[in-house]
Write a protein that binds this ligand. Structure first.
Ligand SMILES: [Zn+2]
Length: 830
């Protein structure tokens, strides 16, 4: 599963987040693997949907067998259902079975003892009522309803009618009775009866379709290979299906019809990704087809249902957004790699979740590196490392047998830290051993479960090395090294010393294999050493003092460090060391020393770096408040603004050039506001506004006639609001606000939007705008609600009330105030 709220939570909520105290009782609960009494063998379902009631009417034939010990009873997870009938299937006959049901699970008496060689099939007739189910929300998944009816009665005019399911962690047992644990797996077949106008998607192959007399159609989906219950999926809706292929297997993209033309730009790299992942794992794509579908109001980022990945509808970017690149390409990579790590070999328990998520997370680095070069892979690796280091999860082991809620496992430790640990293992063992071990792990455990121990055994088997120390430290231990690196040079003795101090809490030391490169000019000597103590000193003799000693030369170690290098060291590092992080570290150091001409010269070099993201990063670090910097970089900025090959780099330069407010750039901005890239056009419009407000406002009004997204939409709203935005601009301003996904950008836009609503007199518009703010309040993940709800109510909504109270010529003000107050108090509007 892909979490979509990580940056959101890190950036936006730091100011309102308090540590949540959910009690400590969970520390006493051991979260082991689920005991296997009965094993699933096969699941056959017949389902149809009641769009008026949001019910599913289901019939299930579930074949099982005792795992090892004989048993005369069966427990099935079945959440919030009406159970109409439970029977034993014996040929064509159904023999009713005794059972009890408590709205969470079914306890069935089988009527006789079965031993482990005997299969049996139970039949259950049931009604699934997902909206009447009370469940606890979570981080990755806002709800756990399992089955979601989106706009089922078609009452919301701008929203399609869809049905989709979300199983992970244990929510699929809302829509079919099963043993809803990751250490179960079975084959399946589903007969889905739907209105004829819709298409369906499920696991495996669509084997047949039959039209019914009542305007419905029954689609028969068949999955011949066993997979875990949480990976079962159904999707229903009015989608365009765009078909690709991989080695004769169907690769398809289900998108809302307006996105049919851009579907290949969003998903089209999928066959190349499949080929890439098949090649590096040595395991060909294991399943019969691979489809991806988007879901409205999806409760997570994406989910790797076997052969049928579900993505958030935010993936559906328009052609102009895609000019800046596909923001969701990493989602496509992540979910695809789960088809091997997660679906083919499945985590034994949620405690071991990292054997699914660390690989999916790391697959994004692997893909970037393969497709866009080593810098792009290293960039992604560093970004995800920061995601972990900023999450304050030092107390959590990677494999954890104690947690408050299984949803808590979907965090920056299981994902980001796990991915970085794989990267270190790869650096340590070398590419060929690393990938051969992945192959061994997959082939040994395919169609079974995996734990961190199985990973260790595969790496040990291939490399011939003991890795208990590594796994004990990183998988069954917590935290990360925090180091201070300092240098001593003794020219008389011709000796350089590197001192590495581990400063993390406690007195234990991390054991770290590490490369130290010693540079003379471009000549480099590598020393592979082990850091093993709280303080380690490594000495090197020299004839001429080295230009640079580069510790952790591969820049793959997961640690926080303070590195005592000089400006000259960093300049040498940028020029000769070569890795993305070697160069970025130099940029960071120089950005803090922009008054130094040598540092500024390096920043100017980095503005032309071969890797585009480092170019735009460097531009973002320039401090134009310093007159010397401002005048020195201007010609280069102007050149980049006109000529850089990457839209995002041009946009960054244009945004900065706007701060010069020079008429000579006006033609550049006036042209760039019409660029197809939203980021270029948006930055240019903002820059133009600083030179010529009326022209920029006129442009904004003209652009606002068409639907806009991205940076341009934000700048248009801002200009319209600042330009005294009247009632006539409401559709554009409100439309831009409502189109923003729940994100830091949306929270940044919140206050200006509320200020604007405060100035409006039209009651219908005020109500619509307030509803959008209330929708945001309700859409926030549940664990943030305790902080966000009072913020939106007391700061944002009451702020609008204050403006209405002070308004002189708004005869409707009182009515609007009443409406807002009702929304604050959570009552339905009138
Ligand atoms: Zn995932």
């Amino acid at each position: 599963m892909m979490k979509s709220f990580l940056t959101f939570s890190l950036l936006v909520f730091t100011f309102i987040l308090k540590a949540q105290n959910a009690g400590d009782d969970w520390k006493d609960i051991y979260r082991g693997s689920s005991t296997r009494i009965n094993d699933l063998v096969h699941t056959k379902l017949e389902v149809r949907f009641d769009y008026n009631k949001s019910y599913l009417y289901g019939k299930a034939w579930i074949t099982l067998k005792p795992h090892f010990y004989s048993t005369d009873s069966l427990y099935l997870d079945a959440k919030g259902m009406d159970i109409n009938k439970v029977a034993l299937v014996q040929g064509a006959a159904l023999t009713p079975l005794k059972y009890s049901y408590d709205s969470v699970g079914l306890n069935i008496r089988l009527g006789k003892k079965y031993d482990a060689t005997e299969k049996y099939t139970v039949y259950i007739d049931y009604t699934s009522k997902p909206n009447e189910l009370k469940v606890k929300g979570s981080d990755a998944i806002k709800d756990a309803k399992g089955l979601y009816f989106i706009n089922p009665k078609g009452e919301e005019k701008d929203k399609p009618t869809q049905i989709w399911t979300q199983g992970e962690t244990e929510a699929n047992s809302v829509w079919f009775p099963t043993i809803d644990k990751p250490n179960q797996r079975c084959t399946d077949e589903i007969y889905m009866t739907v209105p004829e106008k819709y298409v369906t998607l499920s696991n495996g192959l669509l084997t047949s379709q039959k039209k019914n007399a009542d305007g419905t159609r029954t689609d028969y989906w068949k999955m011949d290979l066993p997979h875990a219950p949480y990976l079962f999926f159904m999707g229903v809706g009015d989608y365009a299906i765009i078909k690709d292929a991989y080695k004769g297997k169907e690769v398809s993209y289900y998108v809302e019809k307006p996105y049919a033309a851009v579907a290949r730009k969003i998903f089209g790299l999928t066959p190349e990704m499949i080929a890439f992942y098949a090649r590096i794992t040595g395991v060909d794509y294991p399943w019969a087809k691979y489809s991806q579908i988007t879901g409205r109001d999806y409760v997570s980022g994406a989910m790797e249902n076997t052969t049928a990945t579900l993505h958030t509808d935010a993936l559906q970017q328009d052609a102009r957004e895609l000019v800046d690149g596909n923001k969701f390409e990493e989602y496509v990579a992540h979910e695809l790699f789960h088809q091997w790590f997660g679906d083919l070999v499945t985590t034994e328990s949620w405690s071991n979740l990292t054997v699914n998520e660390s690989f999916a997370n790391y697959s994004e680095v692997l893909w970037n590196q393969y497709k866009y070069g080593k810098d792009a892979g290293d960039d992604k690796n560093f970004e995800d490392m920061q995601g972990y280091l900023g999450s304050h999860s030092e107390a959590k082991d990677l494999v954890r047998f104690h947690y408050a809620d299984k949803e808590d496992m979907f965090d920056a430790v299981s994902y980001n830290k796990g991915g970085r640990i794989l990267h270190m293992l790869r650096t340590f063992l070398g590419d060929s051993a690393f990938f051969k071990a992945l192959n061994l792990y997959l082939t040994t455990n395919k169609f079974k479960t995996g734990e961190a121990h199985q990973l260790r055994l595969a790496f040990e088997e291939v490399s011939g090395q003991d890795l208990n120390w590594f796994f004990n430290q990183w998988y069954f231990g917590s935290g990360n090294p925090k180091v201070n690196i300092s240098y001593l040079y003794d020219d008389a003795a011709g000796k350089a010393s590197v001192i590495v101090n581990q400063l993390q809490q406690g007195d234990s030391a991390f054991r770290l294999p590490i490369a130290i490169d010693v540079y003379n000019g471009k000549e480099r000597q590598r020393h592979n050493v082990w850091i093993t103590h709280r303080t380690d000193t490594f000495s090197f003799s020299y004839r001429k003092r080295p230009d640079l000693i580069n510790v952790d030369a591969e820049k793959t170690t997961l640690w926080e460090k303070k590195d005592d290098k000089t400006l000259d060291n960093f300049i040498h590092q940028y020029t000769y060391a070569g890795n993305y992080l070697d160069r970025k570290e130099a940029v960071d150091f120089c950005a803090k020393n922009q008054d130094d001409p040598k540092a500024l010269a390096l920043l100017k070099t980095a503005m032309k770096d071969k890797y585009f993201a480092l170019r735009s990063y460097t531009i973002g670090e320039l401090d134009l408040k310093k007159p010397a910097v401002k005048s020195d970089v201007e010609p280069l900025l102007a050149d980049i603004a006109r000529n850089d090959s990457k839209p995002t780099v041009r946009a960054a330069a244009i945004g900065l050039l706007g701060q010069y407010a020079k008429p000579e750039y006006k033609p550049l901005f006036e042209k760039a506001v019409h660029d197809s890239s939203y980021s270029i056009a948006g930055e240019a419009l903002g820059a133009l506004a600083q030179l010529d407000g009326p022209t920029a406002l006129a442009d904004a009004k003209a652009f606002a006639k068409e639907p806009m997204k991205g940076k341009l939409a934000g700048v248009i709203s801002q200009l319209l609001i600042e330009g005294g935005g009247g009632e006539e601009d409401f559709d554009v301003i409100a439309g831009n606000f409502s189109k923003l996904p729940v994100s830091d950008a949306k929270f940044e836009a919140l206050q200006p939007f509320a200020d604007y609503l405060g100035t409006l007199t039209n009651t219908e518009k005020v109500k619509k705008g307030v509803d959008m703010i209330v929708d945001l309040r309700e859409a926030v993940p549940s664990q943030y609600k305790a902080q966000v709800t009072p913020f939106i109510n007391n700061m944002i909504l009451k702020g609008i009330v204050k403006k209405k109270t002070a308004a002189q010529n708004n005869p409707q003000a009182q009515q609007q105030i009443d409406y807002i107050n009702e929304k604050i108090n959570g009552k339905k509007g009138f």
